[in-house]
Design a protein around this ligand. Structure first.
Ligand SMILES: [Mg+2]
Length: 228
């Protein structure tokens, strides 16, 4: 089971930020462009931050060239550092136990997330989880989530972990997580701790659907039987 790489999504899978991300994005648009509630009606689950920001810019008729996207991201990160400190943020059930178990098994793990990397590190840092994830691929690497798996593999190869996509397991909570794995021949465990139910995630093509990461037994059975 050594040459398996586990890549985790963040929002809806590992944690719930208490809507810190959405508030930080809305406040960034308010402070830069004077627009209130700029992200109302924009669905975010499974999309990259850059994709979401570009959608909002387009919706409000703002030209996204000339460093505008970068300005939004910089302001977003400043605001996220403040917003993450809220009483509604939570780890998803079973997360700590699963991360401990994977560590004990000696399996490499990383991130595959639509969050830009500084945002990902702020959210994970609020729960002291950064130490589990030495590398990954982020919304700051590409707008399109479907392009992220090869980037994560390159980063791990540089760390001496050479794994083909067929032996990667993406753990996520949306059909977009499933697709960004399947498109490269990877595996996907989907969890129902985000906005999607089991039927939707199954129909999207997940190899295994779990109510939450609390179902550690089936998680480990999958790793042992399906990937080994
Ligand atoms: Mg997610």
């Amino acid at each position: 089971m050594k040459d398996v790489l586990l890549l985790f999504d963040i929002d809806g899978t590992l944690l719930d930020s208490g809507e810190a991300g959405t508030r930080a994005l809305n406040k960034a648009f308010q402070s830069l462009f004077g627009i209130d509630d700029a992200f109302r009606g924009i669905s975010m689950a499974g999309k990259t931050d850059t994709q979401i920001i570009k959608e909002a810019l387009s919706l409000h008729g703002i030209d996204s060239r000339n460093g505008v996207v970068e300005s939004v991201m910089n302001r977003y990160i400043e605001l996220l550092k403040v917003e993450i400190d809220n009483p509604r943020k939570r780890l998803k059930p079973g997360v700590k136990e699963v991360l401990h178990t994977i560590t004990d098994l000696g399996l490499p793990m990383g991130l595959l997330t639509g969050n830009i990397e500084p945002g990902a590190r702020i959210k994970l840092g609020a729960f002291d989880l950064n130490r589990y994830f030495p590398a990954g691929a982020f919304g700051s690497d590409h707008d399109d989530r479907d392009m992220l798996l090869p980037i994560a593999l390159q980063r791990f190869a540089r760390l001496g972990v050479e794994v083909p996509p067929q032996r990667c397991v993406i753990i996520g909570d949306t059909p977009r997580d499933v697709r960004c794995s399947k498109i490269h021949g990877g595996r996907c465990i989907a969890v129902c701790t985000g906005p999607y139910d089991a039927d939707t995630l199954q129909d999207a093509g997940a190899d295994l659907v779990l109510e939450s990461l609390e179902d550690r037994e089936r998680f480990l059975q999958f790793l042992a039987a399906e990937v080994n």
